[in-house]
Design a protein around this ligand. Structure first.
Ligand code: GDP
Ligand code: MG
Length: 181
């Protein structure tokens, strides 16, 4: 059974809770145990917590709000950090494991970040990009996740089991509030 772990790093909200969602699904005829980690966005400011997430995840979805320039600026800095710390894993066989997502496309009348800027940023970091509305288009969200899972499944690297940072991560993830679906 393949295990795929995705970390969804949102820079749009003030999320104070973190969750792990677990789901068994089939992609391209392969059974996959998917785990999606939705960390508390406040914790993203903490560098060691971000490093722990990078050690845990096979792939990343970095989400900003197209109606909020500051969330785009945060996404930019997240992408930089992801690539600084883990440049060797962020790209395998020319395939990035990072998906940059401009959310709240339904609110494009109050847009502060153009689609071109999103595309440009994704191009700079050689990662995938799309704009969508999590609130109004579930299909787009599903398509994005399917692609993110496929990209991440090409990144089945060995994790440093038993390392100090892994122990800390397990504590972070499982020691706190969590939900399963
Ligand atoms: P978090 O704080 O980063 O976890 O972000 P949330 O998932 O809590 O979302 C923050 C706020 O944005 C919530 O009020 C959501 O309802 C809202 N939101 C999320 N996605 C969309 C979207 O696609 N369109 C609109 N209009 N609102 C959204
Ligand atoms: Mg949240």
């Amino acid at each position: 059974m393949n295990e795929i772990k995705l970390a969804v790093l949102g820079t749009e909200g003030v999320g104070k809770s973190e969750c792990i969602y677990k789901k068994r699904l089939s992609i391209d005829g392969r059974q996959i145990n998917l785990e999606i980690f939705d960390p508390c966005s406040q914790n993203l400011e903490n560098k060691s917590s971000l490093t722990d997430q990078m050690n845990w995840a096979d792939g990343f979805v970095v989400v900003y709000d197209i109606g909020d320039r500051s969330s785009f600026v945060s996404a930019k800095s997240l992408l930089r950090q992801l690539q600084e710390v883990h440049s060797e894993i962020c790209k395998r066989d020319g395939m990035s494991v990072i998906y940059l997502v401009g959310n709240k496309q339904d609110l494009c009348h109050v847009r502060e970040v153009s689609k071109e800027e999103g595309l440009l940023l994704a191009g700079e970091h050689k990662c995938h990009f799309c704009e969508l509305s999590a609130a109004e288009d579930r299909q787009e969200v599903g398509t994005m996740f399917s692609k993110a899972i496929r990209n991440a499944s090409g990144n089945r690297r060995r994790r440093p089991s038993g390392s100090k940072s892994m122990a800390k991560l397990i504590n972070n993830v499982f020691g706190k509030r969590r939900k399963s679906v």
